[in-house]
Design a protein around this ligand. Structure first.
Ligand code: ADP
Length: 685
């Protein structure tokens, strides 16, 4: 910086070389202006260098005005320095007035210094130069000062701009995402280092002036990028999360998540587009793997559920045989011991069948193969009938079993009656099972309205052993039992409540429980119901009359049993003949049709899964031939191993008069045949 001091010193000497000579030895020049300006703008050392150089030269010139001249030099510099002290660092804020004022002071200082010239010359000098000095010098100081302030401001602005730019570049380069910006013609105007790396440039500035065509991208990708740019520019709206491919300069193909925003100038016009993207290749791969793992797991779970469903189905067939034949056996002449053994066989097989049914249900629910069948029914009747099933067990244990039904819920509703029965049976079964003494009470009441449906609360309360509070949430999990030990006192699989919970949620409802050890339990099933159609009073009476009231057909009823499984065929035939009815057997649909052609049967009991011609086909053929051939006018009861989703509709649509799910209960079979027989059209009686 001392350098500027030397320059200023030299300029002062220069102006002294060509001064205004008032008289020999008394000279005037612009050094006072220059030095006050140096004092103001230069640092102290530089100002001192300029001052000393000027003073030394003035001393060298000598003459009458030498001391006045030297003093002027010092005074003006000092005034400049004082001004600097006043202004501080705010040089760019200096106004013309500030500068002019400093000019006035240094001119005044200079005039006062003239008094150092011997009298009367000093007076003459003073009066001669007063006017020009006091007018010209301050103006000169103000103009020169302004020039310097402007230069200073410009330099400072340039510095700041450079600093800001450097900062901006630093910020952009620190962003982990790749950032770029283009003008509306698709020409790159800048980018950060990450983007330069992706596109193969060492320096981000190298991208300037390039277009997508200059970058290592396949044509198809390039078109996609450009289309997005255009959309952002036209709509003037950001476009977020564009997941697209990007080929890096090293040939690697990435997946990126890009956001593009329009770039606007201060007038609000779109001047380009700014893009920013993240490399999501890893994330996408992880997601894809996760999805695959999830699908595999789901597939495995479905396969497991299907396996369980199939296996349970297969186990049911021999179970039917065991239960059926044990039932027939129990009606034969047995001694007391044999009867007792047989009873154990029957109850164990029934229990085993219940377990299999539960496994089948839960696996069908998990495999997503469970469909609801909505019908209109009377809720109060369903609850009462279901509870009655448990009366014998309750009586055996000395329990009071009661049902309380609020009058407002005693009406027709629409829901899946079979599933509601199943849920209630599970709850009542548990209540009876886990209660040693006291009561089991089932109550039904209205619990509000929801979306046009009535919410009904079915509560099953008992005074049994209760459930520890910390186990309450777990009892609804599959296979969970509070006492899961090998020495547990209560039989069960731990599936009942899991099924109840799944069914409740499938029906749009829920199940809650309140319990405590030794305090009994209360399970609240809350379900939404649509109102059903109230049947005409007469019909209702007829419906509610016990089915067994139908007159049983007498001996000689001609029944054809169509069943491929030998054991089941035998069992059903024994049921039929047990009633004194005539029975004949066919083991597939084809031979059944041949037999019907030759002989008229009153009832055909038709299995559905049959070789060659299956049950549905056989039933449709029978119905199709009925108008022309009298033999084919017969009652048909379909029998199937398990009611798979949609089976019921298919079977009934084929023309069956009734439908029975295996295991066939002999009394149910008799009831069904009696009902159909009594209700058959008069022409066929
Ligand atoms: P399961 O009865 O076949 O064991 P559930 O799923 O029906 O299976 O019930 C799960 C468990 O919840 C039962 O094992 C029992 O520990 C508990 N539990 C269910 N109902 C009651 C009840 N009314 N009183 C006491 N404990 C109960």
């Amino acid at each position: 910086m001392l350098f500027s001091g030397f320059i200023m010193g030299a300029i002062c000497i220069g102006v002294m070389l060509n001064p205004w000579v008032f008289r020999p030895g008394v000279v005037f020049d612009t050094r006072s202006v220059l030095l006050s300006v140096a004092g103001l703008f230069f640092d102290t050392n530089s100002a001192a260098v300029a001052t000393i150089m000027a003073a030394a030269y003035r001393l060298y010139l000598g003459g009458t005005g030498v001391w006045a001249g030297v003093a002027t030099i010092f005074v003006c510099t000092i005034i400049g320095v004082i001004w600097r002290g006043k202004v501080g660092r705010r040089i760019e804020n200096l106004t013309m007035l500030d500068l002019y004022a400093m000019g006035v002071f240094s001119a005044a200082g200079m005039l006062i210094c003239q008094l150092l010239i011997p009298w009367p010359t000093s007076y003459q000098v003073f009066s001669n130069i007063l006017l020009p000095v006091i007018i010209i010098y301050p103006v000169g100081t103000a103009l020169l000062g302004r020039l310097i302030v402007d230069r200073h401001t410009m330099a400072r602005t340039r510095d700041e701009l450079a600093k800001n730019r450097a900062m901006l570049v630093e910020v952009l380069n620190s962003i982990p995402q790749s950032v770029f910006w283009k003008d509306t013609d698709g020409v790159y105007r800048g980018c950060n280092r990450a983007f330069a790396r992706d596109t193969g440039f060492d320096d981000p500035d190298d991208i300037i002036g390039k277009t997508d065509r200059d970058l290592p991208w396949p044509e198809s990708d390039r078109e996609g990028y450009r289309a997005d740019d255009r959309e952002v520019i036209e709509k003037r709206l950001p476009k977020r999360h564009i997941v697209e491919p990007l080929v890096k300069s090293d040939g690697r193909r990435l997946w990126i998540d890009t956001t593009k925003v329009p770039l606007l100038n201060p007038e609000g016009e779109v001047i380009g587009v700014l893009g920013l993207y993240d490399d999501i290749t890893e994330r996408r791969r992880a997601e894809a793997e996760l999805l695959k793992a999830k699908e595999t797991a789901e597939e495995a779970s479905r396969a497991k559920s299907m396996f369980l469903a199939n296996m349970s189905h297969e186990i049911r067939t021999p179970m039917n045989g065991i239960i059926g034949f044990a039932g027939l056996l129990s009606r034969s002449n047995l001694d007391a011991g044999q009867k007792e053994y047989l009873e154990v066989i029957r109850s164990s097989s029934r229990h085993l069948l219940e377990i299999i049914n539960d496994i089948l249900d839960i696996s069908r629910i998990e495999a997503g193969k469970f469909k609801l069948e909505m019908t209109s029914f009377r809720l109060a009747d369903l609850v009462k009938n279901t509870v009655e099933i448990f009366r014998p067990a309750a009586v055996k244990r000395n329990l009071t079993l009661s049902t309380v039904i609020a009058p407002e819920v005693d009406r027709e509703v629409i829901s899946d009656s079979m599933r509601i029965k199943q849920m209630l049976a599970n709850l009542v079964n548990n209540a009876v099972k886990f209660t040693e003494k006291g009561v089991v009470e089932v109550s039904v009441s209205q619990a509000g309205e929801e979306g046009g449906k009535t919410l009904v609360k079915i509560s099953v309360r008992d005074t049994g052993i209760g459930i520890p509070p910390d186990k309450l949430a777990m009892i609804f999990e599959s296979f969970y039992q509070v006492d899961g030990s090998s020495t547990k006192r209560y039989q069960g699989t731990g599936l009942g409540l899991a099924i109840v919970r799944s069914l409740a949620s499938m029906l749009g409802g829920k199940i809650d429980v309140e319990s405590g050890i030794g305090e009994g339990s209360r399970f609240d099933l809350i379900l939404p119901f649509e109102p059903g159609k109230e049947p005409p009073a007469v019909a209702a009476e007829k419906e509610s009359a016990p089915a067994l009231a139908h007159e049983m057909p007498g001996p000689g009823l001609r029944v054809l049993v169509v069943e491929d499984d030998q054991m089941n065929r035998k069992l059903v035939s024994l049921y039929v003949s047990g009633r004194g009815w005539d029975v004949e057997e066919a083991c597939n649909g084809r031979s059944a049709l041949e037999m019907i052609e030759k002989k008229k049967y009153d009832v055909v009991l038709m299995d559905i899964q049959l070789p060659e011609i299956d049950g549905i086909k056989a039933i449709s053929t029978i119905r199709a031939r009925a108008p022309r051939e009298a033999n084919f006018r017969t009652l048909i009861v379909a029998l199937t191993a398990y009611a798979l989703e949609g089976d019921r509709e298919r079977i009934m649509a084929s023309g069956a008069n009734a439908y029975l799910a295996k295991p066939i209960d002999d009394r149910e079979l008799y009831r069904t045949i009696a009902r159909l027989f009594n209700n058959r059209p008069a022409a066929e009686r």
